[in-house]
Design a protein around this ligand. Structure first.
Ligand SMILES: CC(C)(COP(=O)(O)OP(=O)(O)OC[C@H]1O[C@@H](n2cnc3c(N)ncnc32)[C@H](O)[C@@H]1OP(=O)(O)O)[C@@H](O)C(=O)NCCC(=O)NCCS
Length: 208
């Protein structure tokens, strides 16, 4: 068995995640990218094609991190990798502050400057990006991406696969559905149904 981590993805988000994992003392085995990926991601060699996931597993690799920004693709690849027998690890910055009563799933990324407060729940494959804050009792669903500098007040719920663009704010008790997109800088002051794209201050629906 190999303890070094296979990183799925070889783009900008993967670079950040590799550095996060190294800051936790982890070693990176390689990246698995697509046909158009570069040869290296930072200094990590990139294998092109998902078929490598099977051969790496056969060679004894079992710890893996999915470092892909697209929520749908991250969730899909996470499910495939678990099906191949991989264990999803978390990438948590030592410069994040996470309440001891918060709960984190698997395959979660928490970048530098993040604060996650009491009894919040972050589900599998979510990204809490640089400098975002998640206050008490929030629930951040599976494969959600909370972009840099977002602020969720207390008791906010974000459904699976939703995306909050850079710098969004959400007032307390708000429920945001699944597959929602909140545009950069949006201020959410009322509940948002699943599938909607909203923008502005306060947010208005672009489509649903
Ligand atoms: C919301 C978003 C996804 C919409 O993208 P899109 O579907 O390509 O939309 P368009 O650029 O065609 O804009 C559609 C309309 O919404 C407006 N709009 C788009 N994004 C907006 C935003 N963040 N705030 C306010 N208005 C916005 C546009 O001005 C345009 O208005 P108009 O129809 O009056 O001209 C995108 O603009 C956005 O904010 N993405 C966030 C990116 C981000 O934060 N990434 C972080 C990565 S870590």
């Amino acid at each position: 068995m190999r303890s070094d981590i296979v990183v799925v993805g070889a783009g900008g988000h993967a670079k950040v995640c590799i550095e996060l994992l190294r800051s936790m003392g982890e070693s990176i085995a390689c990246c698995v990218g697509g046909s158009d990926s570069p040869d290296l991601c930072l200094d990590v060699p990139v294998l092109r094609g998902d078929e490598h996931l099977v051969s790496l597993r056969a060679k004894g690799h079992f710890r893996l991190f999915v470092a892909i920004g697209s929520n749908r693709l991250r969730e899909r690849l996470g499910t495939i990798c678990v099906g191949h027998g991989y264990q999803l690890v978390n990438a948590i910055s030592p410069h994040a502050i996470i309440s001891p009563s918060a709960k984190l799933g698997r395959g979660v990324a928490v970048m530098a400057g993040v604060v996650i407060n009491a009894e919040s729940v972050i589900e599998d494959l979510a990204i809490i990006n640089t400098g975002a804050t998640v206050d008490h009792d929030c629930r951040v669903g599976q494969a959600v991406h909370i972009a840099p500098q977002c602020a969720l007040a207390g008791n906010v719920t974000i459904g699976n696969l939703s995306f909050l663009g850079v710098g969004c704010k959400v007032i307390p008790e708000i429920q945001i559905g699944e597959h929602v997109t909140v545009g950069a800088g949006g201020v959410v002051i009322c509940h948002i149904g699943s599938g909607a794209t909203v923008v502005g201050v306060p947010t208005r629906v672009l489509n649903s």
